[in-house]
Design a binder for this molecule. Structure first.
Ligand code: S3P
Length: 434
């Protein structure tokens, strides 16, 4: 199915909205719930295709999962050794998180399996998990160039390692920690910069000890996870489109409810604030081991900045819409140290430069980032290249364009943000899908 967005220029974002559940936490709720003992009740689950792919994988591994029903899911855990050999290839769809975390979780099972996904996922690098997992004595066979499909030979002989990650990746860290549950001894991962820590928080909530010492996190193999109730907060990565949109659109005053504000995810707020955005965190509270807030965003005149490199991993999924914010800022915004953007659902540096230039924005690519000069821009047709976050970012750009923007190939917005068009329209974006 092809989906095209047509977005009329102008408008402001107003009112009070709640974006769908956090994708990272939704994936992990299914994974840990499946290998726990007892029934894990999840509310606020993201009914997006990525999280549903993880759910279907665990069903294929013999786990009974009820739902989703309006965000409610019950995972009937089978215990650490209760997964069963799947009858077919496990399809991760568009989801890198599913595939990479599953590599770790499945390496220590007593059966073999194969993982694959869609055309975008089959181009993404998997060596980053296969290589350190091999050091744990896992056997993972990749296709050419370290790409999917992956054949995983289950092994009872995993051993813990000390691994210093060359890249700041929560997916790699999580894959190793999940393999560590099945390994002899301790598995320790040291990160070059802080990355999202949902796996660590959730493991602890399921009763599995996690030690953190500076930038190193360790788990020991063995033990059991005990089912819990999980309340998934709204996804800050989805809220980010509206934070940037309300910041750039004159007259905006928008409240985003119940957003997860885990400090390993709030780089987008820090970056927008450095650019001069007016963002307030209200009613800060905790739910299910994660910090939550309501976020009020009002229009502000933005200025260009050099994005601090330390914030890059903390905002890694938000750069498409941050580039759009930069196109609306006074002066230039420069991003460096973000080569990871080249291996996301699309090459987000190349694809965003192409789209921004199509609208008349001055955007210059670098190997590891981009320089965007703010100013007025027009409308036109932009190719999302099937990347959900690119599609949503260019929809938001229309708030300040001088003519309508058409965004092609938007079906994958359903991977992370089902109901985007309706919710965005309710807040004031002049969007329709064709
Ligand atoms: C994720 C980690 C990030 C992020 C992805 C989700 C996770 O990837 O881009 O959308 O849930 O662990 P990397 O860890 O590869 O940067």
């Amino acid at each position: 199915m092809t989906v095209t967005y047509k977005v009329e220029q102008g408008g402001a974002l107003k009112g009070c909205i709640r974006v769908p559940g956090d994708k990272s936490i939704s994936h992990r709720s299914i994974m840990l719930g499946s290998i726990a003992e007892g029934a894990t009740h999840v509310s606020g689950f993201l009914e997006g295709e990525d999280a549903l792919a993880t759910m279907n994988v665990f069903r294929a591994l013999g786990v009974r999962i009820d739902g989703p029903d309006h965000g409610s899911v019950t995972v009937h855990g089978v215990g650490r050794h209760g997964l069963r050999a799947p009858a077919k290839v496990l399809d991760c769809g568009n989801s890198g998180t599913s595939m990479r975390l599953l590599c770790g979780l499945l390496a220590g099972q007593d059966f073999d399996c194969e993982l694959s996904g869609d055309a975008s996922l089959r181009k993404r690098p998997m060596q980053r998990v296969a290589e350190p997992l091999a050091r744990m004595r896992a056997e993972i066979l990749t296709a050419e160039g370290g790409r999917p499909p992956l054949r995983i030979k289950g092994s009872a002989n995993l051993r813990g390692i000390d691994y210093r990650m060359p890249i700041a990746s929560a997916q790699v860290k999580s894959a190793l920690l999940l393999a560590g549950l099945y390994a002899r001894g301790r598995t320790c991962v040291t990160e070059p910069a802080p990355t999202r820590d949902h796996t660590e928080r959730m493991l602890a909530a399921f009763g599995h000890a996690v030690e953190r010492n500076g930038s190193t996190v360790c788990v020991s193999g063995g033990g059991k996870l005990t089912a819990i109730a999980i309340k998934v907060p709204a996804d800050i990565s989805s809220a980010a489109f509206f934070m940037a949109g309300a910041s750039i659109a004159r007259g905006s005053d928008l409240m985003l409810e119940h957003v997860g504000v885990n400090p390993t995810r709030t780089g987008v707020i820090d970056i927008l604030r450095l650019m001069g955005a007016d963002i307030e965190l209200l009613n800060q509270r905790q739910a299910g081991g994660e910090p939550i807030a309501d976020i009020r965003v009002r229009h502000a005149e933005l200025k260009g900045i050099e994005i601090p490199v330390g914030l890059v991993p903390l905002a890694i999924d938000e750069f498409p819409v941050l580039f759009v914010a930069a196109a609306n800022a006074r002066g230039a915004t420069v991003l460096r140290g973000a080569e990871e953007l080249r291996v996301k659902e699309s090459d987000r540096i190349a694809v965003m430069v192409e789209g921004l230039q199509a609208l008349g924005v001055v955007a210059e690519p670098a190997a590891d980032g981009m320089r965007v000069t703010g100013g007025n821009y027009g409308g036109g047709t932009v190719a999302s290249h099937g990347d959900h976050r690119v599609a949503m970012a260019f929809s938001i750009a229309a708030l300040r364009a001088s003519a309508p923007i058409t965004v092609t190939d938007c079906a994958n917005v359903a991977t992370s943000f089902p109901g985007f068009v309706e919710l965005a329209r309710s807040a004031g974006l002049r969007i329709q899908d064709l």
